[in-house]
Design a binder for this molecule. Sequence first.
Ligand SMILES: Nc1ncnc2c1ncn2[C@@H]1O[C@H](COP(=O)(O)OP(=O)(O)OP(=O)(O)O)[C@@H](O)[C@H]1O
Ligand SMILES: [Mg+2]
Length: 235
Amino acid sequence: MLDVEDLSVSYGAVQALQGVTFQAREGTVTAVLGANGAGKTTLLRTVSGLVKRQSGNVSYGGVELTGLSVENIVRLGISHVPEGRGVIEELTIDENLRLGTLWQFGRQERRSVLDEIYELFPQLAQRKRRMASTLSGGERQMLAIGRALSSKPKLLLLDEPSLGLAPLVTAQIMALIQELARETRLTVVLVEQNVRSALSIAEEAVVINLGRVVIADTAASVAADTELRHLYLGF
Ligand SMILES: Nc1ncnc2c1ncn2[C@@H]1O[C@H](COP(=O)(O)OP(=O)(O)OP(=O)(O)O)[C@@H](O)[C@H]1O
Ligand SMILES: [Mg+2]
């Protein structure tokens, strides 16, 4: 379980997060929602060790993450797909996926991990030697997720995976995320501007506004709260 407690983060004078508390349970999708500048990306970057917290605690499976290097956080089983897709365009699909395995596995294991990823994404398997720069937006997002999965994480942090994708491709990606949580017990924290899509696959939802949690409840309750939706989620 991911446990975020009273977390505050600032960039100089900008208070990006203030007293943020929520949990993400094993094998579930927790949606993190909120307008532009709410602090969603900052939250993910703090969990994965890219941004320093000001105060509060972040722990995963009872292990305090504060002060750990990004590399050690990955080794604990936490993987992050950044906003704008984490793929390296100058590398092939296969090379991108191999990169994800580097910190975790020996040679032998790497091969079998890659085979599992290709099984999940047959579209990528057919194009192993192609440069990532030639992929469509949806394929690129799949590669970014595949690369994150190639470290065999227990917790996956996804920052706006639907950004710029057509509705059908978004639906495909959302279905995959839901399946991963259900079938492999992966814990997912899903940051999304596409609120409807995110709520349709999430069990829990956290709404953030100007760095503070407005509500952390079941996705069903958040979706049913008309006033909250109008005020913070724009629908
Ligand atoms: N590196 C930075 N330096 C200074 N301020 C930053 C930095 N990154 C983010 N901020 C500020 O922190 C606040 C939260 O930003 P963040 O990117 O976490 O929001 P977000 O919810 O992900 O927004 P979006 O939906 O636009 O991606 C914003 O006011 C933003 O301008
Ligand atoms: Mg963001």
